[in-house]
Design a protein around this ligand. Structure first.
Ligand SMILES: CCCCCCC[C@H](O)CC(=O)SCCNC(=O)CCNC(=O)[C@H](O)C(C)(C)COP(=O)([O-])OP(=O)([O-])OC[C@H]1O[C@@H](n2cnc3c(N)ncnc32)[C@H](O)[C@@H]1OP(=O)([O-])[O-]
Ligand SMILES: NC(=O)c1ccc[n+]([C@@H]2O[C@H](COP(=O)([O-])OP(=O)(O)OC[C@H]3O[C@@H](n4cnc5c(N)ncnc54)[C@H](O)[C@@H]3O)[C@@H](O)[C@H]2O)c1
Length: 717
C-alpha cells in the first residue's frame, strides 16, 4: 500500500491505496516503516512523500471511523517526519486533504501542481482535523486563514494555498520528478526552522476578536450543526496549549465527535451521495452495463420559470440549446429571462462575463416544433397538464430523429402515460429539476416501465455533466420528492387550523435546521399554482372549493390556502401571502394581522377551539408524515434505497445534512418510536390517509435493522 524507491540520494515514499490513497491502517504502517527505512539509509539525504495514481492522500479512511483507531496514528507518522533528521518534501497532486494535508504540514516543504487543491474538510463529516491540522495550520498560515479553512472545509487551489505559505512552490510537469528535483536542491540545507511545531501561531494576539467574528458567522449558517464550533476550539488550542497538549486535547474532542449522531449522519450522507450513481432498474439494467448516448444538442420546450432555468443550467455547462415557445411574445420574454439569469451568474461569480457571453451565443430559439428534427435530446417544461404534454410528446415522436431522447420536467404526472403517446416509450424519461433550476442541484430522474437502461444512463450522465446531483426513482404521483412533501404541507395547514400560527411552524422547522419554514416556502413558490390544480381536481369531481370545506375526496381538507388565494395573496410575487412583504417581489416579510384574523375567522366558522401546539407536535407531524410516505415509497420500490430518498431531501429541500436526510433521521430516532408516533397520529386523524402506517416501517420497527440493510430486507419481504 506504500511503495518505496530510491533515486540517487532521494528516497521516494509513494502511497498506493486506490482510488484516493486514503490513510488506512496499513498505509500508516507503510509510511511509518518506510520513513524509518529512509532514516536508517545513510545514502538517503532527503525524502519525497507523494501519492500514486490520481491523487495525494485525501485523508483518513472514513470506513475506519467508529472503530478504535490503531497506532500508528497520523500524528505518529508526523512525529517520525519531524525527527527524521533529513528534509522531507510533500509533493502534492490531485487533492491533499484532511490527514493527507496534515502529513504534508508535518513535512519540511510542500510543492504542488497548479491544478492541485488542499484543504481540511473534516468539518464536513462532523469532525475536526485531529491529525495535527488544527495545531499546524495556524503556525503556518495564521489563525485567520486556519479558522476559515477548518470551519468551512473549503479546498484551496494551489496558487491560493501558496499565498498563505501552505505551498512553498507551485510546479508543473511530473510531480514526482519535480519533488525529487526540489529534494536535491534542499538536501544539504538546514531545515530545522521548517518544523512547524516550534513556531508560534500567527495572529495569536488577535485570537479573541477572530474567534468572535468566526462564531458569529457560524451561528448565522450552522442551523444546529456544531462541528464548526468544535473546530474553533481546536484551533484556539494551538494558542492556549503547548503543541503536544493541543494535539492530545484535539484527539479527545475528535473521539467524542466521532460518536455523535451528527458525524454519523454526515458520513452516511457522504457515502449515500456516492451510492446514487450506482442505479439499477427493475428490469435488471444498471449503471455498470448501460452506456449513455452521446448528447451534443438539446432542446428545451417552454420558456417559463423552469424552462429558462434549465436552459441556463445547460448553456453554462457548454451545451447548445434550442429554446421553444408557443409564440414569439413568450419566447422573447423567455430569452430576456435567460439573459438576466446569465448576468446574475456573472454577478454571483458563478462564471465570467466572457463565459456568459459564450453561453448566450449558444442559445437559438424557435416557435416551430419542426425545428427539433435534429436534436439529440429534448426537455419539455410546459404547463403541468397531461393532455398538453401528451400532445407535445406525440408530435415530438414524429418530428425528432428516432434515437432522440424525450424528457419531461413534470412534477407529478405519470411518465408511462406521457411515454404512451409516443412510439418510443423506451426513450421517454422524467427529468425533474427543482426551482430555481440553474441553482438547485437536485435532478430527480424518473424511469417509466418501458424506459431503457441506455436512456436512464444518458440522463444520469447528463445530470452529472451539468453539475447536478441526479437520483433515479420510479413513477408515481409526485415521484419521491413532491410525494413526501405533500403530507407535510397538509399537516402544516392542519396545525394552523388547530391552533398554531404559520410563523410558529416556520420557526420550529427553521430551528430544526430547514432553510425555510413551509409557509415561507409557499409564499416563495406562489400559492396560485397549487390553487389552480386544486380547483381543477375539484372540478373533475364536480365540486367547488369553499371556505367551510373540511373533507375532499374522503380526506381531511383545509381551505385556508384557497382563501388566501381568493384574496389575491399569492405570496412574494404579489407582495402578500402567509406574510406581507414590503412590495411585490420583495423578500422582506412581516407577520400580517389580516392573516391572523383570517385564520381566526376560519377556525370560528368551523367551530374549532384553538389549542396550544407544542414544538414536539409540530416537528413530529411535519417530519413523520413525510417519513411515513418515504417508507411507502421504499415499500413500493419507487426509490430503490433510503440513500436515494435522503439525497433527494438534502439537495431538493435543504434538509439539514447533519441529520443525514429524513430516513437516516428516522433511523437515529429509532424506528419503533417513529412507528408508534405515526400510529398515534393515525388514531387521532383517521381522515388523513398519509398517517396510515407503512407496512415496511412496521416490519422494520420490530426488527431494528441498520439503514444499510433496509433495501435488502425489503426485497426479502
Ligand atoms: C485517534 C484519532 C486520530 C484522528 C486522526 C484524524 C485525521 C484526520 O484529521 C481526519 C481525516 O482525514 S477525515 C477525512 C478527510 N477527508 C475527506 O473528508 C475527503 C473526502 N473525500 C472527498 O472529498 C472526495 O472523495 C475526493 C475529493 C477526495 C475525490 O472526489 P472524486 O474524485 O469525485 O471521487 P469520489 O467519488 O468522491 O470518491 C472516489 C471513491 O473514494 C472513496 N473515498 C473518498 N474519500 C474517502 C476517504 N477519506 N475514505 C474512504 N474512502 C474515500 C469514495 O467513497 C469513492 O468510493 P466508491 O466506492 O468508488 O464510491
Ligand atoms: N415551478 C416550479 O417550481 C416547478 C418545479 C419543478 C417542476 N415544475 C414543472 O415544470 C413544468 C413547467 O413549469 P413552470 O413553472 O416553468 O411553468 P410556467 O407556467 O412558468 O412555464 C410554462 C411555459 O410553457 C409554455 N408553453 C405552454 N404550452 C406550450 C407549447 N405548446 N409549446 C411551447 N411552449 C409552451 C408557456 O408559454 C410557458 O412559458 C411543469 O410541468 C411543472 O409542473 C415546476
Amino acid at each position: 500500500m506504500v511503495d518505496y524507491w530510491r533515486q540517487g540520494s532521494v528516497a521516494v515514499i509513494a502511497v498506493n491505496n486506490p482510488p484516493v490513497n486514503a490513510l488506512s491502517y496499513n498505509v500508516r504502517v507503510g509510511l511509518y516503516n518506510n520513513l524509518d527505512k529512509a532514516a536508517n539509509d545513510r545514502d538517503v539525504l532527503a525524502v519525497v512523500i507523494c501519492g500514486k495514481g490520481r491523487t495525494f492522500p485525501v485523508g483518513a479512511d472514513i470506513h475506519e471511523f467508529g472503530q478504535i483507531p490503531k497506532e500508528p496514528w497520523i500524528t505518529d507518522v508526523g512525529r517520525k517526519i519531524e525527527s527524521l533528521g533529513k528534509p522531507v518534501i510533500a509533493a502534492i497532486h490531485g487533492t491533499g486533504l484532511g490527514g493527507g494535508l496534515e502529513i504534508a504540514l508535518f513535512c519540511h516543504y510542500r510543492i504542488a501542481l497548479p491544478n492541485a487543491r488542499v484543504g481540511l474538510p473534516e468539518v464536513l463529516i462532523g469532525l475536526l482535523p485531529a491529525g495535527g491540522g488544527a495545531q499546524l495550520l495556524p503556525r503556518l498560515a495564521g489563525i485567520q486563514v486556519a479558522m476559515e479553512m477548518i470551519t468551512t472545509g473549503r479546498q484551496l487551489p494551489a496558487s491560493e494555498a501558496a499565498k498563505y505559505n501552505i505551498i512553498d512552490k507551485v510546479v508543473s510537469g511530473d510531480i514526482v520528478k519535480e519533488g525529487i528535483e526540489f529534494a536535491l536542491r534542499v538536501q544539504n540545507k538546514p531545515f530545522q526552522d521548517k518544523i512547524l511545531r516550534y513556531r508560534s501561531p500567527h495572529g495569536k494576539d488577535s485570537l479573541q476578536p477572530i474567534t468572535e467574528a468566526v462564531l458569529r458567522k457560524i451561528k448565522m449558517r450552522s442551523r444546529g450543526f456544531y462541528a464548526p464550533v468544535w473546530c474553533v476550539r481546536s484551533i484556539a488550542n494551538s494558542v492556549k496549549l503547548p503543541f503536544e497538549e493541543g494535539l492530545a486535547q484535539n484527539r479527545i474532542m475528535f473521539q467524542q465527535m466521532q460518536l455523535s449522531g451528527q458525524a454519523k449522519a454526515l458520513q452516511y450522507a457522504f457515502f449515500a451521495e456516492r451510492s446514487i450513481s450506482k442505479w439499477k432498474l427493475p428490469c435488471g439494467g444498471n449503471f455498470a452495463t448501460a452506456v449513455p448516448r452521446k448528447i451534443k444538442t438539446i432542446s428545451v420546450i417552454g420558456a417559463g420559470t423552469m424552462g429558462t432555468g434549465i436552459t441556463v443550467a445547460l448553456l453554462s455547462a457548454g451545451f447548445p440549446v434550442l429554446l421553444v415557445e408557443q409564440n414569439k411574445r413568450f419566447l422573447m420574454k423567455g430569452v430576456q429571462t435567460v439573459q438576466s439569469l446569465l448576468e446574475g451568474g456573472v454577478k454571483r461569480r458563478k462564471f465570467t462575463a466572457e463565459q456568459a457571453k459564450m453561453a448566450s451565443s449558444s442559445l437559438t430559439t424557435t416557435v416551430d416544433l419542426q425545428a427539433l428534427n435534429s436534436v439529440d435530446l429534448v426537455i419539455e417544461a410546459v404547463f403541468e397538464t397531461l393532455s398538453l404534454k401528451e400532445d407535445i410528446f406525440s408530435k415530438l415522436d414524429k418530428i425528432c430523429k428516432p434515437e432522440a431522447i424525450l424528457c419531461s420536467n413534470t412534477s407529478y404526472l405519470n411518465i408511462d402515460k406521457i411515454a404512451a403517446s409516443t412510439r418510443r416509450p423506451d426513450k421517454v424519461v422524467g427529468t425533474h429539476f427543482f426551482s430555481p433550476a440553474h441553482i438547485m442541484r437536485l435532478m430527480e430522474n424518473i424511469y417509466g416501465c418501458k424506459t431503457s437502461p441506455e436512456t436512464v444512463a444518458t440522463v444520469m450522465d447528463l445530470g452529472k455533466r451539468i453539475g447536478k446531483v441526479p437520483v433515479l426513482v420510479g413513477t408515481c404521483p409526485g415521484f419521491c420528492a413532491n410525494r413526501m412533501n405533500r403530507p407535510q404541507s397538509e399537516e402544516a395547514l392542519f396545525l394552523v387550523e388547530e391552533g398554531a400560527q404559520p410563523e410558529q411552524i416556520d420557526q420550529v422547522l427553521e430551528d430544526f435546521g430547514m432553510p425555510m419554514g413551509p409557509f415561507k416556502v409557499r409564499d416563495l413558490a406562489g400559492g396560485d399554482i397549487g390553487w389552480r390544480s386544486r380547483k381543477d381536481a375539484a372540478l373533475h369531481l364536480g365540486l367547488t372549493l369553499s371556505y367551510d370545506l373540511q373533507f375532499f375526496n374522503g380526506e381531511r381538507y383545509c381551505s385556508l390556502a384557497d382563501k388566501l388565494c381568493e384574496l389575491g395573496r399569492f405570496g412574494q410575487k404579489t407582495g402578500s401571502g402567509w406574510y406581507s412583504y414590503d412590495k411585490p417581489g420583495s423578500k422582506q416579510l412581516s407577520i400580517d394581522e389580516d392573516v391572523t384574523k383570517l385564520i381566526q375567522n376560519h377556525r370560528d366558522s368551523l367551530g374549532i377551539k384553538p389549542r396550544k401546539i407544542t414544538t414536539q407536535e409540530i416537528q413530529e407531524r411535519f417530519l413523520f408524515s413525510g417519513i411515513n410516505e418515504g417508507f411507502k415509497i421504499l415499500e413500493e420500490g419507487i426509490a430503490a434505497r433510503p440513500e436515494d430518498i435522503d439525497i433527494i431531501w438534502l439537495y431538493g429541500f435543504g434538509f439539514p445534512r447533519h441529520y443525514g436526510g429524513p430516513m437516516f433521521y428516522a433511523s437515529q430516532i429509532g424506528l419503533k418510536r417513529v412507528y408508534d408516533r405515526i400510529c398515534h397520529y393515525h388514531e387521532l386523524f383517521p381522515y388523513s390517509s398519509h398517517w396510515m402506517p407503512s407496512k415496511l416501517l412496521q416490519k422494520l420497527s420490530i426488527q431494528e435493522v441498520p439503514i444499510g440493510q433496509w433495501a435488502e430486507l425489503h426485497s426479502k419481504l
